[in-house]
Design a protein around this ligand. Structure first.
Ligand code: UDP
Ligand code: MG
Length: 308
């Protein structure tokens, strides 16, 4: 019998744990030829998530949990689950039921057809804020423009991976993991299925604007050094401007013998270029920070306890 592992990161999800476990159980009761395990990764929750997990694990043998020592973030939490998954295929999904468990059937069907990675493409329903929908669409456009991997618009972390793919991910030693980009970058035989993201069952989204920005920067800088090239091109462009401007100035003062005045425009130019230089320094800094994080070789996450 083939075994399917479901990996679910959970940060303050006390109200959703047993809901999602029930829904998954129902799905597998109709899939007779598969065994399954659910690995919950408690990512430093401050509510009763841990207690709920322990209760559930006592009741159902398919429930496993990994408690991290603090909040490491969504991506490291998923990585933790992948590292310990034992199934022939591993499905990662959110705890808040925005990823409908019923789709597991379709994911498995595609896997049985021979695909190694089955990703899902999310379309937002009307209830989700316009801002979130638009910003997410814009982000993916921007990402494919300035990086070397193509990430599908509406990419989510609801995805099935064959165990051979999971092995590859397990052996990756990246300080900043970004699974959406990584799974695209790895290749293999991939296919996608669409779904409509629902509302959170209970609780609140942990992603605020600040976290989303950080996630966006991580995604861009983890997969491309294009921003560095852009900085260099910008430098060349402005140097060319300066050369032309200087030429005009020389002609004015030595040939036409007129002085060009303009203190205000001078200051504005200095401030403008000061700003551009700081932005570029910042971009270089982000990459430097990544190298710094990478050379320290700290683990992506630390486990406080687990029940297996
Ligand atoms: N999550 C996590 N660690 C975090 C933030 C989120 O493990 O630091 C989990 C969360 O419990 C959920 C999933 O990641 O299962 C997606 O988070 P959320 O629903 O807050 O994000 P959104 O759906 O709003 O993008
Ligand atoms: Mg959510």
């Amino acid at each position: 019998m083939k075994k399917i592992s479901i990996v679910i990161p959970a940060h303050n999800e006390e109200g959703n744990i047993s809901l999602i476990q029930q829904r998954i159980r129902e799905v597998f009761s109709t899939l007779e030829n598969y065994r399954f395990e659910i690995i919950f990764v408690n990512d430093g929750s401050r509510d009763n998530t841990q207690q709920k997990l322990e209760e559930l694990a006592n009741q159902f043998e398919e429930v496993k949990f990994i408690e991290l020592s603090r909040n490491f973030g969504h991506q490291p939490a998923v990585k933790a689950g992948l590292d310990y998954a034992t199934g022939n295929a591993v499905i990662s999904m959110d705890a808040d039921l925005q990823h409908p468990p019923e789709l597991i059937r379709d994911l498995i069907r595609k896997w049985e057809e021979g695909f190694d990675i089955v990703f899902t493409v999310r379309t937002y329903p009307k209830q989700i804020s316009r801002f979130k929908r638009k910003s997410s669409a814009l982000y993916y456009k921007f990402l494919s423009l300035i990086s070397d991997v193509n990430i599908n618009e509406g990419g989510s972390d609801f995805r099935l991976m064959d165990s051979s793919v999971v092995d590859v991910v397990r052996n990756m030693n990246e300080a900043d993991i970004f699974l959406r980009g990584l799974s695209n970058w790895m290749g293999f035989k991939q296919t996608g299925i669409p779904f409509t993201a629902g509302e959170r069952a209970t609780g609140q989204s942990s992603y605020n604007l600040k976290k989303m920005m950080k996630f966006a920067f991580t995604g861009i800088t983890a997969f491309s050094v294009k921003p560095l090239y852009m900085a260099a091109y910008l430098g060349f462009l402005f140097s060319a401007f300066a050369v032309v401007g200087y030429g005009i100035y020389v002609i004015h003062s030595f040939v036409a013998k007129t002085e060009i005045s303009g203190w205000a425009s001078l200051i504005m130019t200095v401030v403008f270029f000061g700003g551009i230089q700081l932005i570029i320094l910042g971009i270089i800094g982000i990459y430097l920070g990544k190298i710094f994080k990478q050379v320290k070789e700290r683990p992506n996450y630390i486990i406080r306890s687990k029940n297996f």
